[in-house]
Design a protein around this ligand. Structure first.
Ligand SMILES: Cc1cc2nc3c(=O)[nH]c(=O)nc-3n(C[C@H](O)[C@H](O)[C@H](O)COP(=O)(O)OP(=O)(O)OC[C@H]3O[C@@H](n4cnc5c(N)ncnc54)[C@H](O)[C@@H]3O)c2cc1C
Length: 386
């Protein structure tokens, strides 16, 4: 169904209640200490455990595997509300939910799901996704990590880079080349555990933003992975990775919408308060026009995101819709943070003001889970195939 075709995705009463509950929780539990955690690069572990108890870290997993069994739209609402307060926690949440648990539920055997999903869905452990390598980002098919069969196991060798939850995760969906001669069709997906021999996680990166989340490398040194930890069949790895990203980009779009919402709130409050030329700066038309554009783009980003989420498991166009939502929402949120900081003048350049952190946090949304350029290529590919 094409965008704008009249699909009804108004929120249900349950979705509104959950959204309000997550907003309250984020204000009460994530807002305190936000700036300190950003400064000290500290993950809010205790709050994440509480989020696990609320079902927020296993939203997309069926109840029989210990999850909350929520739909993608409800998941996006929760990510948006968490991101409005703490974008770092939103990415920790979105990675364990969507790039780790979602493909395991979708492509793993029943035995594997029962072994791995309950502890992830409860938030007792975190999950991650290892696609990017030092030499392959956008060109994922050029990965160098290899896996060779050895009896009932696979032996993995290689390195993944920029992996969210690297040093705190227990289970990772990892892509490796199982048939080097088969090119992109020779890549397979595995569920690798941190306790497996030959696995190591590197030190967290020093990031410019999202500092209260953890990102680092994964190393596989003859890492022994049971054959039962292969997702789907050999050679299906890139298909699984792209299907996963088609779905998970919704979470990044929702994260961008949450950040955009907060940037608008901050800009509006500052513009009402700050007096220049004898009037609050909100009285100057240029400032009003900026606020109006931020609000309009926020509405568009939110609508695209919710529309894509509502259709994500029902439409053959789901991948395109998620890419459109991610592309637009991340770029609009970047514009909004730029403009909100501009409205703050010199104060916006001070870490005393929340907008400075948001400006740093929002930057990566046009980069991870596929850069804006990659989203444009995906969207164009759909157009040309139609
Ligand atoms: C905070 C953070 C968390 C991350 N978490 C994860 C994670 O959990 N798991 C994971 O696997 N990865 C993760 N990543 C990696 C992320 O997905 C990659 O950084 C991203 O896909 C881009 O890859 P790259 O950095 O290698 O850039 P490159 O692919 O080297 O791209 C560099 C530039 O070239 C452009 N470019 C490349 N090819 C083309 C082309 N064909 N046409 C036009 N332009 C092109 C890109 O758009 C970009 O602007 C994370 C990254 C960050 C920063």
């Amino acid at each position: 169904m094409p965008p704008g075709s009249g699909l009804d995705f108004a929120l249900t009463e349950e979705q509104e209640l959950l959204r309000a509950e997550v907003r309250r929780f984020a204000e009460e539990r994530l807002r305190p200490g936000l700036a300190e955690r950003d400064r000290s690069h500290e993950l809010p572990v205790a709050v994440l455990r509480e989020m696990g108890e609320m079902g927020l870290l296993g939203m997309l997993v069926a109840e029989e595997y210990g999850g909350a069994g929520q739909d993608p739209l409800t998941y996006c609402l929760a990510v948006e509300e968490v991101a409005r307060v703490c974008p770092s926690t939103a990415v920790t949440m979105s990675v364990t939910n969507s790039v780790c648990q979602w493909p395991i539920q979708r492509f793993g055997s029943d035995e594997l799901r029962r072994r791995v999903l309950p502890e992830l869905a409860a938030g007792a452990e975190f999950g991650g996704f290892g696609l990017t390598e030092p030499g392959s980002g956008s060109d994922a098919g050029a990965m160098q990590t290899v896996a060779r069969r050895d009896g009932d196991d696979w032996i993995l060798d290689g390195q993944k880079a920029w992996i969210t939850n690297a040093s705190i995760g227990k289970w990772f969906v990892v892509l490796a080349r199982t048939d080097p001669a088969a090119g992109k069709r020779g890549i397979s997906a595995f569920v690798v555990g941190r306790e497996m021999p030959g696995f190591a996680a590197g030190a967290p990166e020093e990031k410019m933003g999202l500092r209260a989340s953890v990102t680092g490398s994964l190393f596989f040194n003859a890492c022994r992975v049971p054959a039962s930890h292969l997702l789907d069949a050999e050679g299906q790895g890139l298909r699984i990775a792209f299907a996963t990203l088609d779905h998970s980009r919704l979470g990044i779009a929702a994260q961008a919408v949450g950040i955009h919402q907060r940037a608008l709130e901050l800009a509006l409050a500052y513009a009402r308060e700050r007096v220049q030329f004898g009037v609050p700066i909100v009285e100057h038309q240029a400032v009003r026009f900026t606020l109006a554009r931020m609000a309009t783009e926020l509405a568009a980003a939110r609508t695209l995101t919710r529309h894509a989420a509502a259709l994500s498991e029902r439409s053959p166009e789901a991948g395109r819709l998620a890419s459109e939502a991610k592309l637009y929402a991340s770029e609009a949120a970047n514009r909004a943070c730029f403009d909100a900081l501009q409205i703050h003048g010199g104060n916006g350049f001070s870490e005393e003001y929340e907008i400075a952190r948001l400006y740093r946090d929002v930057r990566v949304t046009t980069i991870y889970e596929g850069t804006s350029e990659m989203q444009r290529l995906v969207i164009a590919r759909h157009l040309l195939a139609g």
